[in-house]
Design a protein around this ligand. Sequence first.
Ligand SMILES: [Zn+2]
Length: 212
Amino acid sequence: MTLSISPDALKAQSIKAAAKSKVSEEEMRQAVRTLLIGLGEDPDREGLIDTPKRMVKALQFMTSGYTKNLEEVVNNAIFHEDSNEMVLVRDIDLFSSCEHHILPIIGKAHIAYIPDGKVIGLSKMARICEMFARRLQVQERLTSQIADGLQEALNPKGVAVVVEATHMCMSMRGVQKPGSWTASSAMRGVFAEDEMKRREFMDMIRHKPSLM
Ligand SMILES: [Zn+2]
């Protein structure tokens, strides 16, 4: 997949997302309570009494990426450096939520770029990934947003992102196919144009590190 989302669209999304919700936390808890009753449960039994509160907190955390934007995540961790070599951070743990079922998407992200006079703090690559993962997502869009986010923050010669993930909505329900993995990629700049570069990246993420 190489869906591209313009930086303007990204900005619009984070502004919209940062807008204050008009629904109170109490109303959200009531909604969870209604869900529990609808499922035939007794929301007043001991084990469930605090579940609405906990579930709202958990959902707020899992969607906390809406309240973040690229600028604050990157937080000036961009440095001048005359390197032209690929920088790769692989096996970044990724936890997201599918927007169709609000069930977990669990996987790994591999992110690479080729600098153009500037590099970014390595942990920031994971932070960018996290900011987009902590939203309601589809894997293809998440992959594109990570690529476009890094492209916007650093303006490098190219960005390559591969996400490999398993979707609980496929494992626990629906087709019930645990163990299936979905891979998606987004290539920008030289990675989109130059097959050699793309292959170099793919070879590097296929190689199993021997360090651990
Ligand atoms: Zn789903």
